[in-house]
Design a protein. Structure first.
Length: 447
């Protein structure tokens, strides 16, 4: 008999006995008994274990990693260059953000792969309406509308698709695991079956999952560990959609895919590098600074906006959802210590135009310049841009890909670039102003 375990529905934590409150995430009444160990293999019997051999690393021949293009360079980019046969991809995002739309477009573009689109949320007629609205033309796309994993397993055996899209993991269940879809056991079992199917058949599987308001996939974290790639949809300003890789066994996780949501579907952003710049006819206001960042392999120009006003409460607060508050506090502390500018009695509001979230270290300098500009009321020179990391000692540190950043800045009309001191002359922009110390760069702006 299998050992009894209880799994938290919220975070996936396991306990040997039932508890009213999960000791890991603190949610109440979320532990339920696991029965997954008792479940036989999906094909009705326990699968025989294949013998495994130890081999010397030198005897192993690398096979070429083939990739299948999704028909979208932005999606290919976040996947690391396209879909890897045999792999599994989790596509997460809030309801209504565009997961089904992008996946239907992808299914349409993968006509050669014999795609099976499994919908456990929408009827065939609803999907056909979307297909027509998006002006898709595939004649080979197959649909299966069911909430039962047993039906999916039968279809996989019978139809032998090359690519499977499941929309969504939280609405499908297997009777033997329990009647309710979306539980930890259901999610674990269904993903395991699909991931195994992809590996055994060199197919590809996309698993769509809803995320909760706090940004987590509703269900266990374990799903993220099981798949090869995890992609999250984020909402930018207006119709912008950003797809960010959180995990990728076959590529970089820093890449972003940029799309706009239209009635005709998810369209790739044409000019990503300048998508977040604000074109102004008049002089630039104090409190704004442009940063040249590198997300993955791509340079982007972003505008950081800062506003400082006397604190409303007895202590000051930071309001920012696109840059972590801890980074803003650190940069403000550096300004206070090394430039002599105090933010003690000020509330700080920070934003990035276009609604993109940025974590790259190279924005430190632009953040400092935006804060300095907001507090002093001195606008930064027009057509200026920066990239640099700041140390707690007030130094400006070099960042990777500086030439690439400068070239992109110059391409979009930037004349002046602030950064760390460089040994060689930077010719990619009209004027490169480099210094070891933040204080000197700020003096250069002030003068
Ligand atoms: N009939 C329609 N006309 C125009 N846009 C639509 C229509 N139906 C849905 N949309 C757009 O598609 C989005 C929903 O996309 P969808 O792929 O269903 O999201 P998800 O699968 O992430 O819940 C909506 O937010 C809306 O912008
Ligand atoms: Mg959907």
């Amino acid at each position: 008999m299998a050992k009894r375990t209880f799994i938290c529905n919220n975070c996936g934590h396991t306990e040997p006995k039932w508890l009213g409150k999960c000791p890991q995430c603190g949610s109440w009444n979320s532990l339920e008994e696991s029965s997954i160990e008792n479940k036989k293999g999906s094909r009705g019997s326990v699968k025989p274990i294949q013998s495994a051999h130890i081999r010397n690393i030198q005897d192993i021949v690398e096979d070429e990693l083939s990739r299948i293009t999704t028909g979208s360079t932005e999606l290919d980019r976040v996947l690391g260059g396209g879909i890897v046969p045999g792999s599994s991809v989790l596509v997460g995002g809030e309801p209504g953000i565009g997961k089904s739309t992008l996946m239907l477009q992808t299914a349409n573009a993968l006509a050669d792969q014999k795609v099976l689109y499994i919908s456990a949320e929408e009827s065939a007629a609803q999907i056909k309406r979307r297909f027509t609205r998006l002006e898709l033309k595939s004649t080979s796309l197959e649909l299966l509308c069911t909430n039962h994993m047993e039906e999916v397993e039968k279809a996989l055996q019978k139809n032998k698709p090359g690519c499977v899209i499941l929309d969504s993991i939280q609405t499908i269940s297997n009777q033997e695991i329990g009647a309710v879809p979306g539980t930890v056991n259901q999610i674990k079992y269904i993903s395991h079956e699909l991931i195994q199917w992809a590996r055994e058949n060199n197919g590809a599987v996309f698993i769509i999952a809803h995320v909760t308001k706090d940004g987590n996939i509703a269900g266990p974290k374990v799903l993220e560990h099981m798949v090869d790639t995890v992609l999250y949809f984020e909402e930018g300003s207006h119709d912008l959609r950003i797809i960010r890789g959180k995990k990728n066994r076959f590529g970089s996780v820093d890449e972003l895919g940029l799309f706009t949501m239209t009635s005709k579907g998810c369209r790739q952003v044409k000019d990503p590098a300048s998508r977040f710049l604000i074109q102004r006819e008049n002089v630039i206001p104090a409190g704004t600074a442009t940063a040249a960042v590198i997300e993955g392999t791509r340079p982007l120009l972003i505008e950081i906006q800062a506003l400082t006003i006397p604190a409303k409460g007895s202590f000051n607060r930071i309001y920012s959802d696109k840059i972590e508050a801890s980074r803003i506090a650190r940069v403000a502390a550096i300004l206070e210590k090394h430039v002599g500018m105090s933010f003690n009695d000020q509330d700080l509001y920070i934003n990035i135009a276009g609604g993109i979230r940025v974590q790259e270290v190279g924005i430190d300098l632009a953040l400092a310049l935006a804060l300095f500009s907001a507090r002093s009321g001195i606008a930064l020179p027009e057509k200026s841009c920066s990239a640099g990391e700041l140390s707690l000692a007030g130094e400006v540190l070099q960042v990777n890909g500086l030439l690439n950043r400068c070239k992109t800045a110059a391409e979009y009309g930037m004349k002046r670039f602030y950064g760390a001191k460089e040994k060689k002359k930077i010719q990619a922009v009209e004027q490169y102003i480099g210094s070891y110390r933040l204080k000197d760069l700020i003096s250069a702006i002030n003068s």
